[in-house]
Design a protein around this ligand. Structure first.
Ligand code: ADP
Ligand code: MG
Length: 639
């Protein structure tokens, strides 16, 4: 009864009579397309837009996961025009809402916003227009002017729902008059504590279903991994999801589009160890490839943003015009920065992740990560601010294993923080080669490649697979000795110790270890020859990369210690350590016992005139083992 007629595409359907929202023609299909073209001046639907519009017109609850810039707004704005009454949109940020309203008004669509900063008069006007929609006679004396057109879209921040009784009871009247077409929850992953951007006011949106049980809900997001999806469904009290191809089944219709965006080119580059060298590398990169382009440099701390902004500007002799954005920047300055960025006075914004939601600048040509993100979802969102106009753009992450420890201490209080960080590391480090997965030269051709990330585009001969079992064994001997002594070492210290760099001593905290009694801290000499039969014969970068791999494979583990100032992260032997450590050095050298191989990147040869490669000449690059597309696919709710 839903579909007027099916297009005869000759597709066999698994279930007789199953309706596919993506394929079917409905009685509204013609008008939908016509309005899209005349009102929004968009020629064709893309990704799953048409399907979502169909399910929307059909009054279904929907979860829609589409990439940033994919066009999620159209999926409710267009049906809002066709449906009688008003569509309520809940959106996390005033800046996002303001942009949308301006955009809609340009197209002549009646859209309003109710936020904390809406004036009394405006609110009163909106309330009286809503009352008219609900068919309630206006008691106030407000009705002197010309009759305002019906509100088609009303944008609110979540606290309006959570805190404003006047608003929710007004809404109830609109609902009772059958004039609330739909409730849209934009950036819906914010309802879940398991997501990367939890907002407490979003959690309170659970009352929507209780207050207005018959009003359909559309939840939109660009990042919704399975756990978040599950959480979202429970929190919003929606029915379990069903596929958009089984539209006549009972449940919430789930749509997702591939998150991968073909115009974004991903690369992981080695991060030099000194702060100055990082600035130099970034400056060269920007001047060589993106001079005059708009870009973002994401940094881990507020202090980093300031240092990097100053550094880029000085190193480029003022050629790179930088700005700073983080949570402590005053609102007025933030606004000024947005303006200067839009009009081109500032080209490169050095920011913490506070600079995010609501960036509506299409021509961001590059996003650099000074430090890696806390999770793959976070990285997807942050890097996804590049190339929203669909043109080629670069996403570059500067990776150094030590940053992993720094991040680890930051996320140790967050729910699943470590798991998410490890997923991120799995992409950027040598993990899967350590776990002996198939990334050999023989298999690499069979391995379907996404063709976008540098892991896929790099020639196989640039990768060198090495057996590092002996080094791993030595590392474990050292770690276990230090543990027995009650010593504490960080990842960076351990990398030096095992290579016999920097005196070969480590600190033992007072009271704990046998040898540390009575003193606050004591230095213990480490006899590498006796413990491990000599120094680890790997470079510093390689050793650090190996340590991170060993963390991921549970040969090592981290332990967190908070002091008054910071949380320190120390490295201990992990659950799998004994499997390797119990063998003798002779056995390991003879190739007995488990083997550990890591793929290192060979230094690129300079003779290839390809400037891209010669830029990466310094240091040995570590292997990027997973396809980025796979990493991103994990953050849709499907799998
Ligand atoms: P998001 O999914 O991130 O919310 P938006 O809804 O803000 O994305 O849309 C991003 C941009 O894409 C907007 O400028 C919008 O006008 C444009 N857009 C949306 N749908 C289409 C389409 N089918 N064809 C071309 N451009 C589109
Ligand atoms: Mg959006």
């Amino acid at each position: 009864a839903l579909a007027s007629s099916a297009i005869g595409k000759g597709k066999a359907k698994a279930v007789v009579g199953a309706i596919d929202y993506m394929e079917e023609r409905f009685e509204w299909s013609g008008e939908l397309r016509a309005r899209m073209q005349t009102v929004f001046r968009i020629e064709n639907f893309r990704l799953c837009q048409e399907g979502v519009c169909n399910a929307n017109m059909d009054g279904r609850d929907i979860v829609c996961v589409m990439p940033t810039g994919g066009g999620k707004s159209l999926t409710y704005q267009l049906p809002a025009l066709l449906n009688p009454g008003c569509t309520l949109v809940i959106s996390p940020l005033i800046s996002l809402i303001t942009d949308q309203i301006l955009h809609l008004r340009e197209f002549g669509v009646e859209a309003v916003k109710l936020t904390g900063s809406t004036s009394k008069e405006e609110s009163r006007d909106i309330f009286s227009r809503m009352a008219m929609t609900a068919g309630i006679k206006n008691k106030g004396n407000y009705n002197n002017g010309p009759v305002s057109p019906e509100i088609k879209l009303c944008y609110v921040t979540p606290e309006k729902i959570a805190k404003s009784k006047t608003f929710t009871s007004m809404l109830e009247k609109v609902v009772n008059a059958g004039k609330l077409a739909r409730i849209v929850i934009d950036e819906a992953h914010c309802v879940s504590q398991l997501g990367h951007d939890f907002r407490p006011d979003y959690k309170k949106l659970s009352i929507l279903r209780q207050l207005y049980p018959r009003v359909p809900i559309l939840a939109l997001s660009a990042t919704c991994p399975p756990k978040v999806l599950k959480d979202l469904i429970t929190t919003l009290r929606l029915k379990p999801v069903v596929a958009c191809t089984a539209a006549n089944a009972d449940g919430t219709i789930y749509f997702s589009a591939p998150l991968y965006r073909k115009n974004l080119h991903y690369k992981v580059l080695p991060k030099p160890s000194s702060a100055g060298a990082v600035i130099k590398t970034m400056t060269e990169y920007i001047l060589d490839y993106h001079q005059g382009d708009s870009g973002i440099v994401y940094c881990l701390s507020k202090k980093d943003t300031e240092n990097v902004a100053r550094g880029l500007s000085e190193e480029s002799a003022g050629k790179i015009r930088t700005g700073v954005y983080h949570a402590d920047v005053h609102d007025r300055e933030k606004e000024a920065l947005h303006k200067r960025w839009h009009n081109g006075d500032v080209k490169v914004v050095c920011a913490t992740i506070a600079f995010g939601l609501g960036i509506d600048k299409g021509d961001v040509r590059f996003v650099l990560h000074h430090s890696m993100s806390k999770s793959v979802e976070g990285y997807y969102q942050e890097s996804g601010r590049a190339g929203r106009d669909g043109r080629d753009s670069d996403c570059i992450l500067y990776y150094r294993p030590q940053d992993a420890s720094r991040l680890s201490s930051l996320v140790c209080g967050e729910i699943e923080g470590q798991d998410k960080l490890q997923d991120m590391l799995r992409y950027f480090s040598t993990a899967s080669s350590l776990s002996m997965s198939a990334w050999g030269t023989a298999e690499s051709d069979a391995h379907a490649r996404c063709g976008h990330c540098d892991n896929c585009t790099r020639p196989p001969e640039s990768v060198e697979r090495r057996d590092v079992t002996l080094a791993a064994w030595q590392i474990l001997q050292v770690t276990q000795t230090i543990e027995r002594d009650g010593g504490r070492v960080t990842l960076g210290m351990l990398a030096d110790l095992v290579r016999g760099v920097g005196g070969g001593a480590y600190g033992v905290s007072g009271g704990g270890g046998k040898r540390g009694k009575g003193k606050a801290k004591e230095k213990v000499e480490l006899d590498l020859g006796e413990i491990a039969g000599g120094k680890v014969k790997l470079g510093k970068d390689e050793t650090e990369a190996l340590l991170v791999s060993m963390l991921l494979s549970h040969h090592l583990k981290e332990s967190f210690h908070s002091t008054a100032y910071a949380i320190n992260v120390y490295v201990l032997s992990g659950a799998n350590a004994f499997r390797l450590a119990r063998h003798s050095r002779e056995d390991v050298e003879d190739g007995k016992g488990p083997r550990i191989t890591v793929a290192f990147l060979k230094k690129p040869s300079k003779k290839r005139g390809d400037g891209d490669d010669s830029k990466q000449a310094s240091g040995s690059r570590i292997e990027v083992t997973n396809r980025l597309e796979d990493s991103f696919d994990k953050i849709t709710g499907e799998k």
